[in-house]
Design a protein around this ligand. Structure first.
Ligand code: PHE
Length: 457
């Protein structure tokens, strides 16, 4: 067997992990699910979830990967025994499902980026009767969506086929600072908008009554968002940590990754919600998957130089999406390479091709976005996280603490605290969340999806 590749630079791992985490989850998905969850109530639960469950869970993935130096399927089997290959199989399926719709959405960003070259966003919007929402409607499905999905997937396959070192590290070094700067600039500008206050109110001051009334929906939605945005629950972080050649302080790295990721999502909200209220849209949840496109084109159409900023924004998000898409395809590809002995090119092309086909229906009707996204985030990722936590907490806790201590030093009772947090409270929350997520998804299948089938057959 070939010697396993390791990261080219000391910072390579953290850059790649941040590159995976920061993506459409922060910039596209976060504002729209926050809108659907009623704003501040959702934000609060999401932040709690990230801190109390996301952090221990990312450490679990790291130790599994670094210890075994294997792809997630191999890693689970080594630690848990043969039966765990089925759980690993579910990770691979999750990668398929997420990347299929992810590529379509990334294609929208690429398309908005290119549109920017055709003129100012104001004149673009004028070309669509109904402004920003109408433009989103025209771009998000149909031939254009299909073409951009094709281009984006081809790019992703190309980078993964070239191997782990070359593609990822450089892109992330440029992209993360660019996104942070752009978002800060936009957030400062949004602050000056009339009615910005109503936007902040909506986004930042939770009503506890709303949380109490809606927790059965808020909990699975916030969990799905937390896992999705942190790339947790399907072995991405296992895979990336498996390329770690040296001892790093995994707790520190985990904190940095989560900090970046959450900060970027939070900033996105500070732009989107004031813009919405300034534009007279007081039900941000109605924007659905178009929320970020609608609010941003409205913004870029009004600010001077919005044209250039818009290009930069949509362009950098496309790159951010690419670094996340790469991580999704990397998991699937690494599995095929390690376990089936196929070479990298063939593995990336073959798996990427199937994923591409799975995404095509989304370009036809957005109901398929709900179908795939709901399944992946509401069920698969939560299930995956639950399994990882079970493995580390109950099946192999000794190795986990020992592995975490490498690069940190003795953890003493903190190590036990981590294991016990995973063993009982986190496990319970995940079981409840998964159950609620399954119920929600069944509601979707028997409600909106069944209606759609009825109307279209
Ligand atoms: N975390 C990525 C994002 O926020 C999406 C992702 C999910 C990537 C799961 C890998 C695994 O865009």
């Amino acid at each position: 067997m070939n010697e396993r590749e390791t990261w080219a630079t000391r910072t390579g791992f953290i850059l790649a992990a941040v590159g995976s985490a920061v993506g459409l989850g922060n910039i596209w998905r976060f504002p729209f699910v926050t809108g659907e969850g009623g704003g501040a109530a959702f934000l609060l639960i999401y932040l709690l979830f990230v801190a109390l469950i996301g952090f221990p869970a990312i450490l679990a993935e790291f130790v599994i990967g670094r210890k075994t130096k294997l792809n997630p399927v191999g890693a689970l089997m080594e630690l848990g025994g043969n039966g765990w290959k089925y759980v690993g199989g579910i990770f691979i399926v999750t990668g398929f499902v997420i990347l299929s719709f992810y590529s379509v959405v990334a294609g929208w960003f690429a398309r908005y980026f290119l549109e920017g070259f055709r003129g100012s966003y104001a004149s673009l919007l004028a070309g669509y009767d109904g402004g920003a929402p109408a433009m989103f409607g025209a771009v998000s499905t149909g031939l254009d969506a299909f073409i951009f999905h094709t281009i984006f997937m081809a790019l992703t396959i190309g980078v993964v086929a070239l191997g782990i070192r070359r593609g990822i590290e450089l892109a992330v070094k440029v992209m993360v600072p660019a996104i942070v700067l752009l978002l800060i600039g936009m957030a400062v500008w949004a602050f000056t908008l009339p009615d910005a206050g109503a936007g902040y109110d909506y986004y930042l001051s939770p009503e506890f009554g709303v949380i109490a009334d809606n927790w059965t929906e808020l909990l699975p939605a916030a969990a799905g968002q937390a896992f999705f945005t942190l790339s947790l629950g399907m072995g991405v972080m296992v895979t990336y940590a498996s390329y770690l050649g040296e001892d790093r302080n995994l707790a520190k790295d985990g904190t940095a990754i989560i900090g970046f990721d959450t900060g970027i999502a939070f900033l996105t909200g500070l732009v989107v919600f004031p813009v919405f209220f300034a534009a007279g849209i007081t039900e941000p949840g109605d924007g659905g998957p178009g929320a970020i496109f609608i609010s941003m084109t409205e913004a870029f159409a009004t600010i001077s130089g919005g044209h250039i900023i818009g290009l930069l924004f949509f362009g950098t998000v496309t790159i951010a999406a690419l670094s996340s898409a790469i991580s999704l395809l990397e998991v699937v590809t690494a599995y095929v390479i390690d376990e089936k002995g196929v070479d990298r090119w063939k593995a990336a092309l073959g798996m990427g091709g199937v994923i591409y086909l799975l995404g095509v229906p989304v370009t036809y009707d957005l109901i398929f976005l709900d179908l795939l996204d709901g399944f992946a985030d509401g069920i698969l990722l939560v299930f995956g996280a639950l399994m990882l936590v079970l493995l580390v907490g109950w099946i192999a806790p000794k190795f986990a603490v020992a592995e975490l201590e490498k690069g940190i030093g003795s953890l003493g009772s903190l190590g036990d605290a981590w294991i016990w947090a995973i063993r009982v409270p986190i496990l319970l929350v995940l079981v409840v969340t998964l159950t609620l997520g399954i119920l929600d998804y069944v509601d979707f299948l028997t409600g909106p999806f069944a209606d759609w089938i009825g109307e279209n057959s």
